[in-house]
Design a protein around this ligand. Sequence first.
Ligand SMILES: C[S@@+](CC[C@H](N)C(=O)[O-])C[C@H]1O[C@@H](n2cnc3c(N)ncnc32)[C@H](O)[C@@H]1O
Length: 258
Amino acid sequence: MNPLWCEFTNAETKEFLSSLQWGDLSGELVMDVGCGEGDMSTKCILNLFPRVGKIIAIDIDPYCIQRSKILHKHKKVEYRRADVTMMDHLQRWGSHFSKIVCTHCITFIEEQERAFMNMFHLLQPGGEAAIFFALRSESDDVYLEMSKKSKWSKYFQNLNSQMVLKLRKYDAAYYQNVLEKIGFTVHFCTEQVAEYVYKSDGEYKNGVRDSTFIESIPKNLRREFVEESFSTFLKMHPRNEDGMLHFKYTMIRALLKK
Ligand SMILES: C[S@@+](CC[C@H](N)C(=O)[O-])C[C@H]1O[C@@H](n2cnc3c(N)ncnc32)[C@H](O)[C@@H]1O
């Protein structure tokens, strides 16, 4: 992952978690859902709540778990490979968590309702879940635009299955309704608009090279795809007054109680 983007999302995660008035989580059992490589939300939880009892950090991707165990080993953290939508991956933990953190993850999950239901099950009565994820982003508008061009359209057959684009039709009221139906008390479920400013044009291009959208573009056309995405982005989102590329995106922030 782009280290600058990782630094930025970690700052977002810290701001979100420190706004929750969770005290110091002394001795508490916390689950980090979709932990990535251990240097993201798990690290934020440890930094903000050094007195936490234990963190079970799960991720669906075995590579992430393998790297977390090697690079971000910590005596209070147990990294485990698990899919939050699969109850048989989670059953071993029962309903013992006092807190669940799930940041920058729900966007990538197709069966979101199932994920929320499983988090509800994992919490002890009175336990809380802090959920934070991107709902829509101007940076993805570029891919919608690219998919309309005759040269690229054939490589975007799977565009409809891209979760990042599907979520556009939802809003905070939709999620509040889903979460309440599951049984959560929703302390808040709101949308927040934020802005990202790229440090350089190269950072933008690296982002396209790392995106899931490029996977369906043949290797010999990828360089051209990156350049055309860049010029399309510039047309749609002109540089700011400092000459930098930037885009706006909308996040969902929610705090839930079982
Ligand atoms: C962008 S990373 C977010 C990492 C970190 N939580 C953060 O706040 O930056 C999203 C992670 O969610 C994981 N993920 C996606 N679907 C998942 C699922 N169904 N169950 C568990 N983890 C999942 C991905 O493998 C990825 O590592």
